[in-house]
Design a protein around this ligand. Structure first.
Ligand code: THU
Length: 187
């Protein structure tokens, strides 16, 4: 009887430890995954901007959609880019009758910002008219990564709910200027 109660206790300990571990890992894995509403986020602005700035950024991405030139796809996209000095530069997708010349909203915002003299971007917000969270295309991920792998990427829906990811998550093993530098060192 002593033996069986000991193995029962052992079983309880194993069950408890496994469930605690499972809970912790699922928390870590899901950290950036679910959509949040503004009310649920406090102190979540990892790149050192205020929650009120984040609200403005999300709203500006939605507003930017209004200028979308998308007569072919009818897929409106808006983006808003936060600069290190707190400015917000927005952009929309600009399509062309020669389809391949289309410029995405994210790249419109980036090219606008860089040509105005900005180079450091703590965050970018991207929105469409879709009911799901839409992530930036591969080309835009690469262009965002050009200006740093720390950029917070907010996927935003019209009700201001959002999903936050980092550019390194969206573009693992990014090809960057560092790769070019290490190539020139070998010459
Ligand atoms: N589009 C963007 O603006 N950003 C993306 O990251 C993905 C796609 C635009 C390009 C085109 O005007 C429309 O969405 C459909 O592809």
């Amino acid at each position: 009887r002593f033996q069986s109660s000991e193995s029962f206790n052992h079983l309880i300990v194993v069950v408890l430890v496994t469930s605690v571990l499972r809970h912790t890992t699922s928390k870590i894995n899901n950290q950036a995954r679910p959509g949040y509403n503004m009310a649920e986020i406090t102190n979540d602005c990892t790149n050192n901007y205020q929650e009120s700035t984040l609200t403005s950024l999300l709203k500006r991405s939605i507003k930017a959609k209004e200028h979308s030139h998308s007569p072919y796809s009818k897929f409106r996209v808006g983006a808003a880019l936060l600069t290190d000095t707190g400015e917000i530069i927005d952009g929309c997708n600009v399509e062309n009758a020669s389809y391949g010349l289309t410029i995405c909203a994210e790249r419109t915002a980036l090219v606008k910002a860089v040509s105005m003299g900005f180079k450091i971007f703590p965050a970018i917000a991207i929105t469409t008219d879709m009911e799901e969270f839409i992530a930036p295309c591969g080309a835009c991920r690469q262009v965002i990564a050009e200006f740093g792998l720390d950029c917070d990427v907010y996927l935003v829906k019209s009700d201001l709910s959002f999903k936050k990811l980092s550019i390194s998550e969206l573009l693992p093993m990014a090809f960057t200027s560092t790769d070019l530098e290490s190539a020139s060192m070998k010459k």
